[in-house]
Design a protein around this ligand. Structure first.
Ligand code: AMP
Ligand code: MG
Length: 483
């Protein structure tokens, strides 16, 4: 085979050996590249033509790595649906190493579905084509919406079946990330009982993601505060586009502030804060409207894990943690209000934005209106055409008064177009594309990813991608995790 045109460092494995288990991918009997993200490859300084070659595909399934690569499964813990699991870790994933991108950043190159690791417990370590393509579509859609996220470089069919309810074709997702450090990584480090391990994780996260924290009087506290801010900003962005993560366990919360782990996630259609799509979230813990509260709860778990580094005296450490955590709510509110100001096309003070946004959401809720298209219809209203918003809000008696109040503030339709997407990965469209792809037809998926790559710009021929599903589809829609 020709040489591998890529070099991989092993920064994480070197810095944090207590969290890294050397491991390698299971062989894929008949690897076939299903999708390659050429734009992302270019951003990372990777040669797309090489990645399409047999040697490139072998790299993408972890079979032929550059010399010196040291792939590892990462250890982490996590609070799952409120309960603590001290040992989760990459059960079906591997960190191949890090790539130094041309912009100077270090990006993890990571496989999902690459075979069971020492953390696999009862799992088979594998993944099916459908869910891996789903992560590809959702994460790239989030990126195009301007929301921090892990990215998807490729999906490769392995040629091996995966047994779920039936036998399904297996695949590996090649994911990139600022890093895979999570709240659960810190919880795991704390659980080792070795303060030096905890300190090493914190120092590594500071140097890789939040370097300004190194100058804080208490760097660990500086890191905690930076993660609080990053997560507040992130969840505000989710709320503004109607994204429901679906499984906000602490092992799925990054320290970098990127969205991670696209399992049972979905976009809101009919506006209702209680919306849950995930089949495993029977209690509605991770409902759309609960996400900010859950993010704050998860950050409290992070603070607990870090307490020994905040102060030697427990009481003082708790006080410092509480002070820093108290920054979450105002930070989240400010980010949400700033986003709503753009969505409404206004340049007015916070309280005015909040009052208008609150009343608009009440109308959305009363009509169970489609979240994405109703906001976009407001741009038309700013240009003088109220028909879309009137159709969506079903003759709400408060609408005329609301439109008068809003229009008096001079909304800017161009600014609104840049803040309110036309296209989001609607559940019915994603399912349709995945069903075709699983049956061997990748064209609908290619078209869907193309449309989602420029979500704010109308595209001729893509009209149905802007439309909500019929009521029959929406009512019964469920997403599945860990598949
Ligand atoms: P998730 O819900 O996808 O965040 O995964 C939670 C935990 O379950 C992680 O430790 C995963 O590595 C593990 N896991 C999920 N699916 C599998 C699988 N098929 N085989 C092994 N481990 C898995
Ligand atoms: Mg996970």
């Amino acid at each position: 085979m020709p040489p591998v045109l890529l070099s991989l460092s092993h920064d994480f494995a070197d810095a944090l050996p207590a969290l890294a288990r050397p491991w390698s991918a299971d062989p894929a009997p008949d690897p076939r590249l299903l999708v390659l993200n050429e734009g992302l490859a270019a951003e990372m300084g990777l040669d797309a033509a090489f990645l399409r070659s047999p040697a490139g595909v072998a790299l993408l399934v972890g079979a032929a790595l550059p010399e010196g690569a040291q792939p590892v499964a990462q250890a982490y813990a996590g609070h799952q649906f409120g309960g603590f699991s001290p040992r989760l870790g990459d059960g079906r994933a591997l960190l191949l190493g890090e790539v130094a991108a041309p912009d100077g950043s270090l990006r993890d190159l990571h496989l999902k579905g690459s075979g069971p690791t020492p953390f696999a417990r009862a799992g088979d370590g594998l993944a099916a084509v459908g869910p891996m393509l789903r992560e590809y579509v959702m994460s790239e859609a989030m990126h195009a919406l301007g929301i921090p996220t892990t990215r998807s470089l490729a999906v490769v069919a392995t040629g091996r079946d995966v047994l779920r309810e039936t036998a399904l074709p297996g695949a590996v997702l090649v994911r990139t990330a600022a890093s895979h450090l999570r709240v659960g990584s810190v919880e795991f480090a704390r659980g080792t009982g070795d303060i030096d391990v905890l300190r090493a994780v914190v120092d590594y996260a500071i140097s890789r993601h939040h370097p300004a924290a190194a100058d804080d009087d208490v760097p660990a506290l500086g890191l905690f505060r930076a993660v609080v801010h990053a997560q507040a900003d992130l969840v505000a962005q989710w709320m503004l586009v109607g994204f429901i993560h679906g499984v906000m366990n602490t092992d799925n919360v990054t320290l970098s502030g990127e969205t991670i782990d696209y399992g049972p996630c979905a976009f809101l259609d009919a506006y209702d804060p209680a919306t849950v799509y995930s089949s495993i979230d029977t209690g509605g813990r991770y409902a759309y409207g609960s996400q900010p509260y859950i993010a704050e709860w998860n950050l409290a778990r992070l603070a607990e894990a870090m307490l020994p580094l905040f102060d030697d005296e427990l009481e003082r450490a708790v006080e410092l943690a509480q002070e820093a955590l108290a920054e979450f709510r105002p930070r989240f509110a400010a980010a949400r209000t700033a986003g709503m100001r753009c969505k409404l096309g206004l340049r007015v003070a916070d309280d005015e934005v909040e009052a208008l946004a609150g009343d608009f959401h009440e109308m959305l809720g009363r009509a169970r209106a489609d979240y994405t298209s109703t906001f976009r219809a407001l741009s038309d209203a700013a240009r003088g055409d109220d028909s879309g918003v009137e159709a969506a809000l079903g003759g709400d008696p408060a609408l005329a008064g609301w439109l008068d109040r809003w229009r008096a503030l001079g909304p800017d339709p161009g600014a609104m177009d840049a803040a309110n997407p036309i296209y989001v990965p609607r559940n019915h469209l994603v399912e349709e594309a995945l069903a075709a792809a699983t049956a061997g037809d990748l064209e609908p998926l290619g078209w869907l990813t193309t449309v989602l790559s420029t979500p704010f710009t109308a595209r001729a021929g893509a009209e149905r991608y802007a439309q909500p599903a019929g009521p029959d589809f929406a009512a019964g829609y469920r997403t599945f995790c860990g598949t």
